[in-house]
Design a protein around this ligand. Structure first.
Ligand SMILES: *[C@@H]1O[C@H](CO)[C@@H](O)[C@H](O)[C@H]1NC(C)=O
Ligand SMILES: *[C@@H]1O[C@H](CO)[C@@H](O)[C@H](O)[C@H]1NC(C)=O
Ligand SMILES: *[C@@H]1O[C@H](CO)[C@@H](O)[C@H](O)[C@H]1NC(C)=O
Length: 507
């Protein structure tokens, strides 16, 4: 009798509205999951569209393109013979839901809409989505024709159901549903669901990692089972940083995990779970069993597929691991640095420009950029030469006239200022400092892209409006905008010991 199943959780660096890139990363994760022997793959929240589409979730195109990506996934041979569930936005009877869509071999099994939305902190999901409030109920979802032509299905179930394979049962809890006191994993596990999958979009906050880990562990401690947590990673076009940490917990212990901060776009981790261990664990908690006996069942979507096979006797089961938490200083070192890297490579710019005064804030910002460079170098094993570039753009006569014209049309005060002497002064200083003469690329300059100007205004300053206008406040991005002065001071102490030692070692 088969009893061991290999499951895969995925951390993906998705990007709002990058449908093609998102599709490729999902396909790569399915491919890697299969190569690692998994027969079930789950991924992060809204991975098809990207989580941070914001008001683009009002646009029908966002839903259409999500279906097109799903169509590619359904058709792909990569997704053959593996049960996959993906996160995407779905409209049902003209209401938008944040959903998991589970499919197997060109058939959609279930669309599971999120039942609790997140409104805390930077989240505002109810601006775009509604909760599915019909507990333990399913309805017919009418599929778009591009999907029907692939699956031959005209309707599929949508709602609060679970998937019953030949050997086990899979249920879903989407993000906030785990944090909520009335978490879905409780009735699910009472109903005999053995694998609960949570696709998340959880962003980094200093000192928060333990919360997720505690929640994931406790979700299976009281009532047994396997909990699969997949999270997004990266900046997703936002000012927040999704922080990975996908993991698998079984019966109250973490057995497998991904990295918290990393530069990989796709990270897949698997766990081998012994279903009989879950059953034995549950049988021992007598009060749980008595409660479960009176549980009202969930609708079950049955599928003729098994996650285990008969030959798995000698497959080693994943054993508990100890979670190593990063200190807040290490989190400051790594998180904002990874975020900067995402922002930089997506912006197509060539680097950063930082006014560096030597104070705590700008020094911290500089250390964070250094950490970014260190991480990139370590990741690729060989560094790209860091070059300094300056872009100077001057208005042509015609543009100047348009500006004057527009200003008078709208009745604003307008000054035409000739800045040639300022520009030549800047070029003079630049040339003296670097022995280089700045050139446009068209005139033989180096690589494309300018520099992103980094701000260095900490969160205390931002909240109180204490900043120097056009100095630390006038920047493209501000990597320390969410960190307090106190934390930055201890980060610098940490960076000093870490990098100074490292520097001495290298020399
Ligand atoms: C909107 O509702 C109508 C009627 O139920 C349905 O035919 C149509 O497909 C819906 N559109 C979407 C995008 O949900
Ligand atoms: C859909 O129907 C066509 C024609 O009957 C068949 O060739 C195809 O295999 C079917 N596809 C699926 C996924 O069932
Ligand atoms: C489920 O996902 C949400 C969203 O990130 C997360 O807050 C919650 O911790 C997850 N559940 C568990 C058990 O980790």
């Amino acid at each position: 009798m088969g009893r061991k199943v290999i499951v895969a959780v995925c951390t993906l660096n998705q990007w709002a509205l990058d449908f093609e890139g998102n599709l490729n990363r999902i396909l790569q994760s399915v491919q890697e999951a299969k190569e690692m022997g998994a027969l079930y793959r789950t991924g992060p929240e809204l991975e098809i569209s990207g989580y941070s589409c914001e008001d683009h979730f009002y646009e029908p195109d966002t839903f259409l393109h999500s279906w097109q990506v799903l169509a590619e996934l359904l058709k792909s041979s990569t997704c053959k013979d593996i049960l996959v569930d993906v996160g995407m936005p779905v409209q049902h009877r003209n209401v938008s839901y944040n959903c998991r869509v589970a499919f197997l071999n060109k058939k959609i099994l279930l669309i599971r809409p999120k039942m609790m939305l997140c409104e805390d902190g930077n989240y505002r999901e109810s601006r775009w989505f509604s909760c599915w409030t019909k507990e333990r109920q399913i309805e017919d979802f009418f599929l778009p024709r591009i999907i029907t032509s692939i699956t031959n299905q005209s309707t599929v179930p949508i709602g609060d159901a679970v998937i019953s394979t030949k050997d086990t049962c899979i249920g879903f809890e989407i993000c906030e549903e785990l944090w909520n006191p009335k978490s879905r994993h409780i009735p699910l596990s009472l109903d005999g669901v053995e694998i609960i999958s949570n696709g998340s979009g959880s962003y980094m906050e200093l000192r928060k990692a333990y919360v997720t880990v505690d929640l994931v562990k406790s979700a299976t401690f009281k009532s047994g089972g396997a909990y699969l947590f997949s999270n997004l990673r990266g900046c997703d076009g936002q000012r927040i940083y999704f922080n990975g940490c996908s993991c698998v917990a079984v019966n109250g212990e973490i057995v497998s995990r991904g990295l918290q901060f990393a530069l990989h776009d796709v990270e897949v981790v698997t766990a081998t779970i012994d279903l009989e261990e879950i059953r034995a664990y549950r049988a021992m908690i007598r009060s749980r069993c008595h409660l479960a006996a009176s549980n009202q069942p969930f609708p079950r979507i049955t599928v003729d597929f098994a996650l285990s096979d008969d030959q798995d006797m000698f497959l080693p089961v994943s054993t508990p691991i100890e979670w190593k938490y990063l200190t807040p200083e290490e989190e400051i070192e790594l998180g904002p640095a990874c975020w900067l890297w995402d922002y930089l490579r997506r912006s197509g710019q060539g680097g950063f420009f930082l006014p560096l005064s030597g104070g705590v804030d700008s020094t911290s910002t500089a250390c964070i950029v250094y950490s970014m460079c260190t991480q990139i170098c370590e990741a690729v094993q060989k560094g790209d030469p860091v070059s300094v570039r300056l872009h100077s753009v001057r208005s042509h006569g015609a543009l100047q006239q348009i500006a004057c014209h527009l200003a008078s049309e709208i009745g604003s005060y307008h000054f035409s200022i000739v800045i040639d002497s300022a520009v030549s002064a800047v070029i003079g200083i630049f040339t003296t400092a670097t022995s280089l003469v700045p050139k446009f690329r068209g005139k033989g300059g180096w690589r494309p892209g300018g520099l992103l100007v980094l701000g260095s205004s900490n969160v205390d300053e931002a909240l109180r409006g204490y900043l120097t206008k056009y100095d630390c406040s006038s920047a493209d991005v501000n990597p320390i905008g969410g960190i307090s002065k106190t934390d930055l001071k201890s980060f610098l102490q940490y960076a000093k010991s870490r990098y100074y030692k490292r520097h001495q070692r290298l020399n």
